[in-house]
Design a protein around this ligand. Structure first.
Ligand code: ZN
Length: 131
């Protein structure tokens, strides 16, 4: 069975997230760390979601994580898996699990970062099984 590729909608890029998408184009996943409370957060924003400090800085994530939860969208024209992945840095991001048998995805599974091209926008961070 030939595997069809799903069209990925281009993510909106704004001044707050432009460094994130510029890094994505270079194959790097950026997350933010707050210098006031020392917590990582995702998605990136100007103010820390924990303490509202504006003293945040960018960090390159390791790209390794664990499936926290997932849901397979079987009624879509090309079925796909939405998942929450907890990065090794401790933040959880909503993403897709790709390049695998959708029936093989498991909670607690180790996944690693891959980038998928979007339709006319920057590549989008997703994850595939493997450490
Ligand atoms: Zn903070």
């Amino acid at each position: 069975m030939a595997q069809r590729e799903r069209t990925i909608i281009a993510p909106p890029v704004n001044p707050e997230t432009k460094p994130f998408w510029d890094a994505a184009a270079a194959g790097k996943l950026l997350i933010k760390k707050c210098l006031a409370c020392d917590e990582f957060h995702y998605y990136p924003r100007s103010l820390c979601p924990f303490c509202f400090s504006d003293r945040t800085e960018w960090h390159t994530a390791s790209g390794r994580g664990t499936v926290y939860s997932y849901s397979v969208m079987r009624r879509a024209p090309v079925p796909y898996a939405i998942a929450y992945v907890t990065l090794d840095e401790g933040v959880t991001m909503m993403t897709n699990i790709v390049d695998c048998d959708l029936d093989s995805i498991r909670i607690g599974q180790k996944v690693r970062l891959v980038f998928k091209p979007s339709d006319g926008g920057p590549p989008v961070p997703m994850f595939t099984p493997g450490g």
